[in-house]
Design a protein around this ligand. Structure first.
Ligand code: COI
Length: 355
C-alpha cells in the first residue's frame, strides 16, 4: 500500500529547552492515519499534518472503549543517527491486543514502514538531549456510528509522536508505592494482557487515591484472590529478594511488557537468577519487614526502569534499600538506556535503525 504525504505548511516551533519536555505534552508536526472497513481492509494510508480527528458522537470508541494502543520510542544517538528499540515487538503485541478486543489486525511490517516514514519526516523533533526521546503512540479504535454493542466494521489506526523526557517527575529517583486493596486492574479472562485504553481508565481512581496520600503509583493485586502482586501503576514490577529477581508471571491479567522481557534477558545474561511466578503480598510484606527485599522496581517503555523507594503495606510504610536506587536497578537502567541510545553494544539485536 502506498502512503500519501501531505506536509504541514505551518510547522510549529520546536521546544527550546529539551530538559523540560515532561511526558506526552508536545506533539510533532505530522501524524500517520489509515482506515479500515471490511470491504477494503486497511486503506487510505496517509501522513498528514498533526491535528484533530473528527468523529461521529455515536462512534464506538466513545461509548464502548473499543481502543488499543502501544508505547515505543525513537532515540537519537551521539552521532545523530536515530534508532528504535524492538519496535516489531510492539506491533506484534498490538495485534494480540487487537485479537482480544475484536479489532482488525495490522500488517506489522507495513506499520514499521509507516512509522519510519513518519519519523523521517519529523526527525528534527527527536530530542538531542540525554534522557529525552521521541515517544511514539500508535493507537487503533473502532469508529462505527452505531450504538449497538457489536464488533466494529470501521476503524482508524493512527500514530502520533511526542518528544518527551522522564515519565515521572522523580526521573530515576525512587518513587513511593502503595498497595491497592480495593480496586483491581484486571482479572484473568478479562483484558489485562491487552494494551487497551479501558484498563488504564479503570486504574485512575486508585492512582488518584494514592496520589492524594503522597504516593506516586499503586501496586496492583490480582482480581480474584487479591493475594498476588501483578503490576505497579502502568508498569510491570520486579523484586530482588535474597539475591533472586522475582517478577509476576504472565497469567493473562498482566501486560507482557517489552521492557519486562528485555530486563529478564539481561538479568539472565548476567547470571542473576530470575523467577517468573506468583508473588503473594504476604511474601512481599514479610520480605519488606525482614529486610530480604533488597530492591524493587517497575519496568515500562515510558519510565524504562523506575526504582521503588518506599512500599506501603496495610497502611504502614516500609523503606526499600534505604530509599535509594539499588545497584541492580541502576545496572539495568544503565544497560537498557545504553543500548537504546546506542552507547552500549546491542548484543541481543534489539535495535532497529531508522534508515
Ligand atoms: C508505556 O510505558 O509506554 C506505557 O504504555 C505506559 C503509558 C500508559 C504511559
Amino acid at each position: 500500500m502506498e502512503i500519501s504525504v501531505t506536509l504541514n505548511t505551518n510547522p510549529k516551533a520546536k521546544p527550546q529547552d529539551e530538559t523540560a519536555l515532561g511526558f506526552g505534552k508536545i506533539f510533532t508536526d505530522h501524524m500517520f492515519l489509515m482506515n479500515y472497513n471490511p470491504q477494503q481492509g486497511w486503506h487510505d494510508a496517509r501522513i498528514v499534518p498533526f491535528g484533530d480527528i473528527s468523529l461521529s458522537p455515536a462512534s464506538t470508541v466513545l461509548h464502548y472503549g473499543a481502543e488499543i494502543f502501544e508505547g515505543m520510542k525513537a532515540y537519537r544517538r551521539k552521532d545523530g543517527e536515530i534508532q528504535f528499540f524492538r519496535p516489531q515487538e510492539n506491533f506484534r503485541r498490538m495485534n494480540n491486543s487487537a485479537d482480544r478486543m475484536c479489532l482488525p489486525k495490522l500488517d506489522e511490517e507495513f506499520c514499521l514502514k509507516a512509522l519510519k516514514k513518519l519519523v523521517n519526516i519529523d526527525k528534527d523533533w527527536v530530542p538531542h538531549t540525554q534522557g529525552a526521546s521521541l515517544y511514539i503512540r500508535p493507537f487503533l479504535f473502532g469508529n462505527d456510528p452505531f450504538l449497538g454493542v457489536h464488533t466494529v466494521s470501521n476503524c482508524i489506526f493512527c500514530i502520533i509522536l511526542s518528544p518527551s523526557g522522564a515519565y515521572y517527575k522523580e526521573g530515576i529517583n525512587p518513587v513511593k508505592i502503595m498497595i491497592e486493596t480495593q480496586d483491581v486492574r484486571a482479572v484473568r479472562g478479562g483484558t489485562g494482557y491487552a494494551k487497551c485504553g479501558g484498563n488504564y481508565a479503570a486504574s485512575m481512581r486508585a492512582g488518584e487515591k494514592a496520589e492524594q496520600k503522597g504516593y506516586a503509583q499503586v501496586l496492583w493485586l490480582d482480581g480474584v484472590e487479591r493475594k498476588y502482586v501483578e503490576e505497579v501503576g502502568s508498569m510491570n514490577v520486579m523484586f530482588k529478594i535474597s539475591g533472586t529477581v522475582v517478577t509476576p508471571k504472565l497469567t493473562g491479567s498482566v501486560l507482557p511488557g517489552i521492557t519486562r522481557m528485555s530486563c529478564i534477558a539481561l538479568l539472565k545474561s548476567w547470571g542473576v537468577p530470575v523467577e517468573e511466578r506468583l508473588i503473594s503480598v504476604e511474601e512481599l510484606a514479610k520480605a519488606v519487614k525482614d529486610g530480604t527485599l533488597e530492591e524493587a522496581w517497575g519496568t515500562g517503555t515510558a519510565a524504562v526502569v523506575s526504582p521503588m523507594g518506599e512500599l506501603n503495606v496495610d497502611g504502614v510504610s516500609y523503606v526499600v534499600n534505604g530509599g535509594k536506587i539499588g545497584a541492580l536497578t541502576q545496572k539495568l537502567y544503565d544497560e537498557l538506556t545504553g543500548i537504546q541510545w546506542g552507547v552500549k553494544p546491542d548484543t541481543f539485536g534489539w535495535i532497529e535503525p531508522l534508515n
